[in-house]
Write a protein that binds this ligand. Structure first.
Ligand SMILES: [Zn+2]
Length: 478
């Protein structure tokens, strides 16, 4: 029997068999890339997001070449692996960069150790694991010699977590070919047809010294706008008696997540919290808010208004910013106060990461925000916006991807969903997010300590992705 006369079911059986036979190779390859701490760093030659992102890209392209793909390096921003013939192309798009590991790990965050059937590492579920599941899914089709109508491409980017500089270069600067259908394995199954808008806001205000000479001479907190901050600290300076009195007050403050430390002529105030993804900030514990409450206990009237604002606007509904809003497609706005810093001009700077409803707009958000911040004495220094994504459920590739998920899993209950996180899908034509988190599964959590992926999930995702890429690559019309 030639592969041309195979039914979809027979083809899928070949793909599943290839994945079962190559599971060990997939795990070993994934462990290798998980051991590269591909965090954004200052640009170097041919490495726009730093050397470790470059290393993860090189590793992946070399792997692709060894699996038989044609490879392409988009100047270190992104890359792709492709095979097949045909005018059109279908694609999976994943990312190789990770967010900082943070604290609280039971296993080394870049060890990729296997315990109880899970691979533990930063990036295991977001997004190296799902990306490698897609890569091996494509390799299964390539190595099974199946006949296709379209080329199959796996795109890997290196800057998903901190600005989408990768896909922006890949599409807008390098003007790479657009897929006719695509998915990004960077969310959950069955699939995501709506993603909230993502806004970034930088606010600042002046902060003066207290009447007793106490000065906030340094503030810092948070790692990224898109993570709930798990630490924040302030350095207080001033006359010895004012520092001593502040120290006594803070030593008696109720919050056990606050610690103080005298060094020379300064008092360091440190707050701890719990990190979480900014799309679900209610699952975290904001250290900047804890720091603001502790400093407010010093009852310095020159600081009271700013500290009260910080505390109130750390509430994740956005109500204190005047921008609480919801719709029926993807639910309520969420706000994350992700970063605090002091600037040279005796100002405090705050950076918020906002996820707004898919039927709202950034202009409407700003209309509500502006009078509130003006009245509170803050200024809007910088803003950014990634508009929402919303693909109706009766359109391709949603129909095919949903059918494949249901055939592969037998799960007819779970419905396509919406999210506050932003994936490559919003930057890519004809794309939605598709896995790799399973309903009720225990993979992840993304951006938190002890991120993990079950080997069974990895294999199951690879089988779904192989089936999906095959179905999209042979479909008569898309
Ligand atoms: Zn991701």
């Amino acid at each position: 029997m030639t592969t041309q006369s195979l039914t979809e079911q027979q083809a899928v059986e070949l793909l599943h068999t290839w994945i079962d036979e190559n599971t060990d190779a997939m795990i070993t390859a994934l462990q290798g890339v998980l051991r590269i701490p591909s965090l954004e760093a200052p640009a170097e030659s041919n490495a726009p997001f730093g050397p470790t992102c470059r290393q993860a890209l090189d590793y992946t392209l070399q792997l692709g070449e060894s699996l038989g793909f044609r490879i392409h390096d988009d100047a270190g921003y992104a890359g792709h692996l492709e095979f097949g013939e045909g005018e059109q192309m279908v694609a999976a798009l994943g990312h190789l960069d990770v967010v900082p590991e943070g604290d609280g790990w039971n296993y080394p965050p870049y060890g990729a150790e296997i315990h109880n059937g899970y691979i533990y590492a930063r990036g295991s579920s977001d997004d190296k694991g799902p990306t490698y599941a897609s890569l091996f899914a494509a390799a299964a089709i390539l190595n099974s010699g199946l006949q296709l109508r379209r080329r199959v491409r796996v795109v890997v980017g290196c800057n998903e977590e901190s600005g989408f500089g990768c896909v922006r270069h890949y599409w807008e600067v390098a003007n790479n070919e657009r897929p006719v259908a695509a998915f990004t394995p960077d969310s959950r199954f069955p699939l995501i047809y709506a993603e909230k808008g993502i806004a970034g806001l930088t606010l600042s205000t002046a902060i003066s010294s207290a009447s007793n000479g106490l000065t906030i001479s340094g503030l810092c907190g948070g790692r990224r706008p898109n993570m709930v901050p798990d630490f924040a600290s302030a350095v207080l300076t001033g006359p010895a008696d004012a520092l001593q009195s502040a120290s006594d007050t803070l030593a008696g403050f109720w919050d056990k997540n606050i610690s103080i430390e005298h060094t020379g002529n300064a008092l360091h105030v440190n707050a701890g919290g719990k990190s979480a993804h900014a799309a679900r900030p209610e699952g975290g514990d904001n250290a900047i808010a804890r720091l603001a409450r502790a400093l407010a206990s010093l009852q310095v009237k020159e600081w009271a208004s700013a500290l009260d604002w910080i505390n109130r606007t750390s509430v994740t509904t956005g109500a204190a910013l005047g921008i609480a809003h919801t719709d029926e497609v993807a639910g309520p706005l969420t706000s994350n106060l992700g970063l605090i810093a002091s600037t040279e001009q005796a100002r405090i700077e705050l950076i918020y990461n906002i996820r707004y409803p898919v039927t709202w707009s950034f202009d409407l958000l700003l209309n509500n925000l502006n009078p509130v911040i003006a009245a509170a004495g803050w200024t809007l220094d910088a803003k950014s916006d990634a508009p929402p994504l919303y693909v109706p459920q009766d359109k391709e590739p949603v129909r095919t991807l949903l059918r494949v998920y249901r055939e592969e899993t037998g799960d007819l209950e779970s419905q396509p969903g919406t999210m506050g996180g932003g994936t490559y899908a919003r930057a890519t034509p004809h794309a939605v997010a598709y896995g790799a988190m399973f309903p009720g599964g225990s993979d992840g959590p993304a951006h938190e300590p002890n991120e993990r992926i079950a080997i069974t999930s990895l294999v199951k995702a690879a089988k779904i992705y192989a089936h999906a890429l095959y179905a999209l690559a042979v479909a008569e019309e898309l």
